[in-house]
Design a protein around this ligand. Structure first.
Ligand SMILES: [Zn+2]
Ligand SMILES: [Zn+2]
Length: 352
């Protein structure tokens, strides 16, 4: 095996190059070296790409990926060379108090692939090979005969499970769910709400193509450019508002819409990433109406298995949002397309 590999390296904001870099090796007993076969570009990757998260220079990006185990450290029990697996985008320690309480978002040892030293210094997976620490906890073996598709299972490691958990932590069967934003996570949340037994799912966006996708997964589309989302949601919910509102965007305008359309006693669940230090919210009104707000990084490791099972059962089909499939060698162009919102979701193939 060559000592180098190709990787998508963020040299500085807006400067992403595909370079030859040293191939990583297993160093800890719980590590797995994975040959990456599919890796997606996530909305979160745009934070460092556009300079909103400041990274050190020359970081390999990428935290949505699947591939084949090449080498497993001596402590790895669940995987052997040759196994194919998908990774959780977040790595946890697995044995602290928070991890034991199934609350890994509070794990002080949390790390995310490809987001620099501040988030644990793990190399990302938009590369030919990647080292996965705590592999027994972080990787899930793919079924030998996949009934859904590999692309569907790829998304279990991040966006699909992020959308799913945002709904699952808030939903009671029979609730009406409104999703603000029909981007990848919003569409995954809408699919999850349908699969988990929401009475009605409403998706609010401005882009007709994205709203058509929402309708295709069983949601009622509301075009905010044509009608006030507040009026539309009230019309669709016998004047109650939505029991659960998902902010699938992660921007103040979306959160304000969520505050308006949520029903009294309802829940706003926020999977989107917020980097603002403070924001203005109609807090008195939220308090009077007894609205709960749920935030934070998704609890991926504890929900991946549910998502993979529902995907294999044909209830979740996230790969439908994939708009582009490109070789890793074209990552520079892929980031430009994604940054200019000309692609909804891009899967890169490092082996092509
Ligand atoms: Zn992500
Ligand atoms: Zn922990």
């Amino acid at each position: 095996m060559s000592k180098t590999m190709r990787a998508a390296v963020l040299r500085a904001p807006y400067t992403l190059e595909v370079l030859d870099v040293p191939r990583p090796t297993v160093t800890e007993p719980g590590d797995v070296l994975l040959k990456v076969e599919k890796t997606a570009i996530c909305g979160t990757d745009l934070h460092p790409y556009e300079g909103r998260i400041e990274l050190e220079s020359d970081v390999i990006l990428g935290h949505e990926f699947l591939g084949t185990v090449v080498e497993a450290g001596p402590a790895v029990q669940q995987l052997s060379p040759g196994d194919r697996a998908v990774a959780s985008c977040v790595v946890h320690c697995g044995h602290c108090r928070a991890c034991r309480r199934f609350d890994p978002a509070r794990c002080a040892g949390s790390r995310i692939f490809g987001l620099g030293i501040a988030l644990g210094g793990l190399d990302g997976a938009q590369s030919e090979y990647v080292v996965v620490p705590n592999a027994d906890l972080v990787l899930r073996r793919l079924p030998e005969k996949i009934r859904s598709s590999e692309d569907d299972l790829l998304f279990a490691g991040d966006i699909m499970t992020t959308g799913y958990e945002a709904v699952r932590r808030a939903l009671r069967p029979g609730d009406t769910v409104a999703v603000v934003g029909a981007g990848p996570v919003g569409l995954c949340a809408a699919m999850s709400a349908v699969a988990l037994g929401a009475e009605k799912v409403i998706v609010i966006d401005l882009v007709p193509e994205r709203l058509a996708e929402a309708a295709a997964v069983g949601a009622v589309p509301v075009n905010a450019a044509e009608s006030d989302p507040y009026d539309a949601v009230l019309d669709l919910t016998e004047w109650r508002g939505a029991d659960v509102v998902i902010d699938g965007v992660g921007a103040e305008s979306a959160l304000k819409t969520a505050c308006r359309v949520v029903a009294p006693g309802g829940t706003i669940s926020i999977p989107g990433v917020y980097l603002e230090e403070s924001m203005e919210l109609p807090f008195g009104e939220l308090w009077l109406r007894g609205v709960s707000i749920l935030t934070g990084v998704a609890n991926i490791v504890n929900h991946m298995d549910e998502v993979m099972a529902l995907t294999e059962a044909g209830r979740l089909t996230p790969s439908r949002i994939t708009s582009h499939r490109l070789p890793l060698t074209r990552a520079t162009e892929a980031y430009e397309l994604f940054e200019q919102r000309q692609a909804l979701k891009i899967i890169l193939d490092p082996q092509a």
